[in-house]
Design a protein around this ligand. Structure first.
Ligand SMILES: Cc1ncc(COP(=O)(O)O)c(C=O)c1O
Length: 366
């Protein structure tokens, strides 16, 4: 029996050739190909200040450091996301303040943000979960009203938009991941869109040990990181970027097919609000509470279909429980439900419409 994995990157011969040419050049670290990627991806989303780094988590870590956020500060994050969204806040010594999500979209419930703001709040990290733009326009309005920074966690959302504007270009920073579960991948990799050119320069310095060129001489002006991307990673992803729009259109067709063909009464399909464009990094459904989701994952595996839970209820994870003791059932019921009953289905470029029909058929048979 053929096995359909949950995810599989689409690396083509022309992408491999780009990597080979970099390897043959002997330039294995950050160089011109990284600069090309920054320029090309910047043109794709509409931001002139893109900085490529070693992964998506590093982009957000750098953004928080560049904004001077640290101990004593609070940062608002959704309670349901990949763990990295909150981990970066912990890494700079600040406190993540969790806000529950809106269940139909899995994105932060903007009506609950204001009550989480205190005099210590410095920033909001809204997530465009699974590639669906959150209501970032409302987040920005709230941030302006309360004088807060916004770092968009657009890890899954390269190409998503709200009312025609691409995600990652609304906030002070927009963070993208190039992990192999994303539509284009460098293996590990990340891109940070910066609204402010001065902050983009600071990020460039911070990603490379704090080094700045002054009068043609290297000066180490602060204690930075090594968060550089290599030229062969940049070449790999830049090659895929050329077909990203086409890839996203095809993924949208597959997603529409799931929406039409899955018709099981106990499976709740994802909702895309008016004005939002979804990249479908993940096709994430909710399984009714009467069904054991983990048994369902096992059952689908036996049918040759790879699925998994989609993201974490972060305050429920051991580290956060031990530190903050938050009662998720009371405070974050939607995040907890999405964590316990959410199911990510395969959705990527290499799948055929026949694969999607097979998966939908097996789900409908439950
Ligand atoms: C919402 C979200 N934020 C952050 C990250 C971290 O990205 P990376 O794995 O590139 O560090 C991911 C990765 O999947 C993610 O889904």
């Amino acid at each position: 029996m053929k096995f359909i994995p949950l995810a599989s990157p689409d690396i083509r011969p022309e992408d491999i050739q780009e990597v080979v040419s970099v390897l043959e050049s002997g330039m294995l670290v950050q160089g011109a190909r990284v600069a090309d990627l920054e320029k090309n991806c910047g043109e794709f989303i509409g931001n002139e200040n893109m900085v490529a780094v070693s992964n998506g988590t590093a982009t957000m870590h750098l953004a928080l450091v560049a904004l001077g956020i640290g101990p004593g500060d609070e940062v608002i994050v959704p309670a349901f996301s990949y763990i990295a969204t909150a981990n970066v806040v912990e890494l700079v010594g600040a406190t993540p303040i969790f806000v529950d999500i809106d269940l139909p979209t899995f994105n932060i419930d903007t009506s609950k943000i204001e009550r989480a703001i205190t005099p210590r709040t410095k920033a909001i990290i809204p997530v465009h979960e699974f590639g669906l733009a959150c209501d970032i326009e409302t987040v920005i309005k709230l941030a302006r009203k309360h004088n807060l920074f916004v770092i968009e966690d657009a890890a899954c959302a390269l190409g998503a938009s709200q009312n025609g504007q691409k995600t990652g270009t609304f906030g002070d920073f927009g963070s993208f991941s190039l992990h192999p579960r994303k539509a284009i991948s460098s293996g590990e990799g990340g891109l940070l869109a910066c609204a402010n050119p001065a902050l983009a320069k600071r990020i460039q310095i911070l990603r490379n040990h704090g080094v700045e060129m002054k009068n043609g001489k290297m000066e180490f002006v602060e204690a930075g990181f090594n968060y550089r991307m290599t030229d062969f990673q940049a070449a790999l992803v830049d090659s895929q970027l050329k077909r990203l729009s086409k890839t996203l259109r095809y993924k949208d067709e597959l997603a529409q097919q799931y929406q039409t063909e899955i018709n099981h009464p106990k499976i709740i399909l994802p909702v895309v609000p008016e004005g939002m464009i979804h990249t479908w990094q993940t096709f994430h459904v909710l399984v009714d509470a009467s069904i054991n989701r983990d048994q369902l994952i096992q059952h689908l595996r036996e049918k040759g279909i790879g699925t998994n839970y989609g993201a974490q209820c972060i305050p429920e994870q051991e580290y956060y429980q031990n530190k903050y003791h938050l009662d998720c059932k009371t405070n974050y019921p939607n995040a907890l439900f999405a964590y316990e009953q959410g199911l990510a289905l395969p959705l990527y470029e290499k799948l055929t419409k026949k694969d999607i029909s097979y998966i939908a058929h097996e789900i409908n048979k439950l």
